[in-house]
Design a protein around this ligand. Structure first.
Ligand code: NAD
Length: 419
């Protein structure tokens, strides 16, 4: 991340512009502008060699105006309070865009999980969960997976919460393994939602998606599954990359084989080969002459330094916050359509919501029902955002923020400022 970039400031700048476009005074939306609650915890972990290491953990609840707070937990060496604040706020806007009854939250532990044993990871997760327990709960705040966390971590969180409560509480987290109350379709939901948002946009633009070329940055849950689903639909995935290397094949990459390779290679594409494939740099991947660029790694990847190099017609944001505000302005001028994160990657939280509903109902839906409902929710949100985009001559990001902010401000006004 570049020195000057602050994701929270970036989010606020976009939000303030959305408020202005909606004709709001500062007083109209100030109560939903900052996070409601910020918790920082020290997480002591007895390491395998016997010494105790302290990790810093965060859980930030941005808004509960529209319902319980909802958002992932990230394990990453570079996370900090401002990143988590931004991620929590993006969850508020995301849940509002797709109109599910949640507010937004996010959590993180500053650590490098690739350097921790399974036992160390488990103890760290359990202690972090115990430390943030007073603000968690199915009616309060419901975590989910994010960067470097997965179903296994969610199972530990669910177990820790349940042990301390004295009874099983599956609805306290989503993205759990199916066997303990996870939802069918949750693992693929974010990638699937990205694909639906992309297909909806291409349809409006009158572009045929068959054989469209795609470059994917980030090959984890969102990037690899999104790429696999796009390939199944007929897109040609010509580039993939992760934190270790980037690869290009003009004839299209066998995404399924790359997924299998990465899973066996400690989640790294380093060393993956197939006929016609070549190594490129991350910067080259972002600047490829492709139809679609699909950033699915971290924030601040498309910046004012490299936005001018982007040649894609459409950017679909799998990651949260991959494009800085000044980069957005450059892309808009170049006529590149950006399908914003809070709409494009909302599929994950939509199916998390379905998982929570199933847990509360104690009833399991079948996978087609989950996927069909996801498609409907993304389509409805897309149409609403598209209309604001067209009617107001604003970017899709601005339109999505306007839809979201209006819903959150309306909820806040209806409830009033306590006391
Ligand atoms: P993940 O940990 O499964 O995968 C992250 C991928 O990004 C890995 O392949 C990693 O190697 C790669 N990466 C990390 N740093 C990189 C760099 N500097 N350059 C290139 N690649 C890099 O995480 P994920 O769950 O797929 O999340 C990815 C993004 O999507 C994040 O921004 C996350 O907040 C967002 N997101 C995730 C979900 C979800 O359901 N998991 C939902 C919505 C949004």
């Amino acid at each position: 991340m570049s020195e000057m970039y602050n994701p929270y400031q970036n989010m606020l700048e976009v939000l303030d512009e959305a408020a202005q476009n909606l004709g709001y005074t500062y007083n109209d939306y100030v109560a939903v502008r900052s996070p409601e609650r910020q918790l920082i915890v020290s997480v002591p972990v007895v390491m395998d060699d016997g010494h105790t290491e302290i990790f810093e953990g965060y859980r930030i609840q941005h808004s509960s105006s529209r319902g319980p707070c909802k958002g992932g937990i990230r394990f990453h060496p570079q996370c900090d309070v401002d990143e988590v604040k931004a991620l929590a706020a993006w969850m508020t806007w995301k849940c509002a865009v797709v109109n599910i009854p949640y507010g937004g939250a996010k959590g993180a532990i500053k650590c490098d999980p690739s350097k921790l044993s399974e036992g160390e990871l488990r103890r760290m997760t359990r202690r972090y969960t115990a430390s943030i327990l007073p603000i968690l709960g199915p009616e309060r705040d419901i975590p989910a997976p994010d960067v470097n966390t997965d179903g296994r971590v969610m199972a530990w969180i669910m177990d820790t919460y349940s042990m301390l409560k004295g009874y099983a509480v599956p609805a306290v987290v989503t993205g759990k393994p199916i066997e303990i109350g996870g939802s069918l379709g949750r693992g693929e939901a974010t990638g699937r939602g990205v694909m639906f948002a992309l297909l909806n946009t291409l349809e409006k633009l009158g572009l045929k998606h068959e054989n469209m070329t795609v470059a994917v940055q980030g090959f984890g849950n969102v990037g690899s599954i999104g790429a696999k689903l796009m390939r199944q639909k007929g897109f040609k995935i010509v580039a993939i990359g992760d934190a270790y290397c980037s690869l290009y094949n003009k004839d299209g990459i066998n995404v399924e084989a790359a997924i299998e390779y990465s899973a066996k290679n400690h989640k790294s594409l380093q060393g993956y080969t197939e006929e016609g494939i070549q190594m490129i740099t991350n910067a080259e991947l972002l600047a490829l002459n492709v139809d679609v660029l699909f950033p699915a790694a971290l924030e601040n990847q498309i910046t004012k330094e490299n936005a001018d190099n982007v040649k894609a017609k459409v950017i679909v944001e799998g990651a949260n916050g991959p494009t800085s505000k000044d980069a957005d302005e450059i892309l808009n001028k170049k006529g590149i359509i950006v399908i914003p994160d809070i709409l494009a990657n909302a599929g994950g939280v939509v199916v998390s919501y379905f998982e929570w509903v199933q847990n509360i109902e104690s009833f399991m839906w079948d996978e087609d029902y989950v996927n069909n409902n996801l498609e409907k929710v993304v389509r409805r949100a897309f149409e609403e955002v598209w209309k604001v985009h067209v009617d107001n001559h604003v970017s899709m990001r601005m339109a999505a923020y306007m839809v979201a902010l209006k819903r959150v401000v309306t909820a806040k006004k209806l409830r009033g400022v306590f006391p």
